[in-house]
Design a protein around this ligand. Structure first.
Ligand SMILES: [Zn+2]
Length: 275
């Protein structure tokens, strides 16, 4: 789960419309009424015939890896407009562009309105589903937010064996909690098919790097090589590629794959770490 591109936005007309929809939610009155209005208005607006949401979905599609893969699992098609901060608790963010990403039903369903924050004073974890807030909750979210941060700053993928996400070692307690809860709430490490898909992605990235290095050695033209690089950049499971590069940079590759180590060494002159 990587930081999403920061330069993609829907049209200004769509952003203006979102602001208008948001005002109508505020106008509902009390917090409880705003939560109800948020749910109703979103259901009514998030439909095919609504031009604003067509523009929103176009921009969300451009943010996804591969063929519109879900931002969370990077595997299934992202076809649900996900509120990172759930509309059940944050009616003030229901029509806010920065609160959206494309997720798949498998990720969005179980996440639903599960949301936890750190109590601003004690740093205790507050489960909003249990505390049932009566006003906009105050406190930093535990869930990693790929619109503003990279999950890979908190988690790593085990490329040696399980292909599961695990928290990065040696981080602060709060960051460790954020990694653990994100992995658990989004079920990033307890779906067998995801581990299998990441293993396949690893092999596919390696094959593409092999093809690049050998095509270049055989004198392939620059356009063809550039197209190969772009294919790697647009592939699904970008976290796997990120982790392969991090393993290389940290000197962990020779232990698990000597051949891959050599491919990276050969491609380093072509700036492979920025692909
Ligand atoms: Zn997903």
């Amino acid at each position: 789960m990587l930081l999403l591109p920061q330069n993609i936005k829907p049209t200004q007309a769509a952003l203006d419309k979102l602001a208008e929809f948001q005002q109508a939610v505020y106008a509902a009155g009390s917090y409880a009424l705003q939560v109800e209005a948020a749910k109703q208005h979103f259901k009514a607006k998030n439909v095919k015939r609504n031009g604003t949401f067509r523009a929103v979905k176009k921009a969300l599609t451009d943010m996804c890896s591969g063929a519109r893969r879900c931002v969370y699992c990077e595997d299934s098609v992202g076809d649900e407009v996900e509120h990172i901060y759930p509309k059940d608790f944050y009616p003030n963010l229901v029509f806010v562009w920065e609160n959206y990403l494309y997720a798949c039903g498998n990720c969005n369903g179980p996440k639903s309105n599960r949301f936890e924050i750190f109590d601003p004073l004690t740093l205790a974890v507050v489960d909003l589903k249990i505390t049932a807030p009566t006003e906009i909750p105050v406190g930093a979210a535990l869930l990693i937010n790929p619109r503003v941060e990279s999950g890979m700053d908190y988690m790593m993928l085990d490329l040696e064996d399980t292909f599961m996400f695990v928290p990065l070692p040696n981080q602060s307690t709060t960051n460790q909690q954020r990694a653990e809860r994100t992995i658990e709430i989004l079920h990033l490490s307890d779906r067998d098919f995801l581990q299998e898909a990441r293993r396949n992605a690893f092999n596919s990235y390696k094959a593409q790097l092999f093809e690049y290095v050998h095509s270049k050695a055989l004198g392939a033209n620059p356009d063809k090589l550039e197209a190969m690089i772009n294919n790697i950049r647009r592939a699904s499971h970008p976290s796997v590629w990120f982790e392969m590069k991090r393993y290389f940079q940290n000197g962990w590759l020779p232990k698990i794959d000597e051949e891959l180590q050599q491919l990276f060494e050969k491609a380093i002159v072509d700036d492979v770490l920025n692909w």
